[in-house]
Ligand binder design. Structure first.
Ligand code: PBG
Length: 324
């Protein structure tokens, strides 16, 4: 008789036949960096996650290093916003300073930068507005300026996140033409117009002042369109293809994995984090177990890389192998 339960009867056997394992090597840890001094502010909707000024970054970077997390993804919160987000390409900007600080003090950690404008524009949209519409090609020019500034500061990788058409090609050409031909690009390839970003927008002060992001981010109803985005990013020379959010879009992660031979990343976003934290705080779920199950499901779906606010907590649990 076929008995699939035979291999489930002992922890030792279950370990042997386990198909997927989480590793610290999979994780990218997002960091919110605020311009100013002496800032170490908890984000109320994301328990355990803070905004740091550069003089306080060591508190969290020491933990990243101790957990042996390979990479961080930086988001900046500037003191001054303007119509186009010009602070994003200022060599003395908060992200540029943070890159230099981390590269100098934590050389073992790769610094990836989110390349966007919503935290830097007075209107909270991800590019240049013309008649309340985000103009694709004017935004591309500014993306290139921002990327070059990050590269000059010493970033290891850039991640254009605005869902502008042609962004990957533009960034690739700019980097190559300016001596950064070795800098990889992680594309926010399939980034959906998702309600799961709510807590992030509070954290990064990046909610749009009017309207929404539906003319540039993807419709949650569409799966085949994600493949089209991936085909374009692939042809434009992206190095890593990302799907965002993760939990509600694991089908997209799986199709990317099956079709492309480039690394696939999934962004386990703020809303996914907050839901688990809130339910756990109420005693409704076991937060650690649900966290590990969710991260494992992202891996099982095919993600090679998981961008997650849980990275530090998960790293601690990963090394506690149950040997009974
Ligand atoms: C845009 C950006 C967003 C997130 C990452 N990059 C927000 C948005 O598109 O409104 C969301 C990340 C998260 O929710 O954890 N710069």
């Amino acid at each position: 008789m076929n008995r699939t339960r035979r291999l489930r009867n002992r922890n030792s056997l279950r370990r042997l036949v386990r198909e997927n394992q989480l590793s610290v090597n999979d994780f990218i840890y997002p960091l919110f960096i605020e311009e100013g001094d002496n800032i170490d502010t908890p984000i109320s909707s994301m328990p355990g996650i803070n905004r740091y000024s550069i003089d306080k970054l060591s508190t969290i970077m020491d933990r990243v290093k101790e957990a042996k997390i390979p990479a961080v993804l930086l988001f900046g919160i500037p003191t001054h916003k303007d119509e186009v987000g010009s602070k994003t390409w200022n060599d003395q900007g908060v992200i540029q300073q943070a890159i230099r600080y981390i590269k100098e003090n934590y050389p073992q950690v790769a610094v990836i930068t989110d390349v966007c404008f919503c935290e830097y524009t007075s209107h909270g949209h991800c590019g240049v507005l013309v008649n309340e519409y985000v103009d694709n090609d004017l935004t591309l020019t500014n993306i290139q300026k921002q990327v070059l500034s990050h590269a000059r500061a010493g970033a290891d990788m850039v991640a254009p996140s605005g869902m502008m058409d042609g962004a990957i090609a533009g960034v690739r050409i700019t980097l190559d033409d300016n001596g950064f031909n070795n800098m990889p690009i992680m594309g926010y390839t399939a980034k959906y117009a998702s309600a799961f970003y709510g807590p992030f927008r509070e954290a990064a002060e990046s909610a749009p002042a009017f309207g929404n992001r539906k003319t540039y981010q993807m419709d949650p109803a569409n799966g085949r369109e994600a493949m089209l985005e991936a085909e374009y990013d692939n042809l434009e020379g992206v190095d890593i293809l990302m799907v965002k959010p993760a939990m509600a879009y694991l089908d997209v992660v799986k199709t990317f994995k099956n079709k492309f031979n480039k690394p696939i990343a999934a962004y386990n976003v703020s809303g996914e984090y907050s839901m688990i934290k809130a339910a756990a705080a109420n005693g409704w779920i076991d937060g650690d177990k649900v966290m590990m199950e969710l991260l494992l499901s992202i891996k099982r779906a095919g993600a090679d890389i998981i961008i997650t606010y849980f990275a530090l907590e998960a790293a601690q649990l990963i090394n506690k192998v149950n040997y009974e």
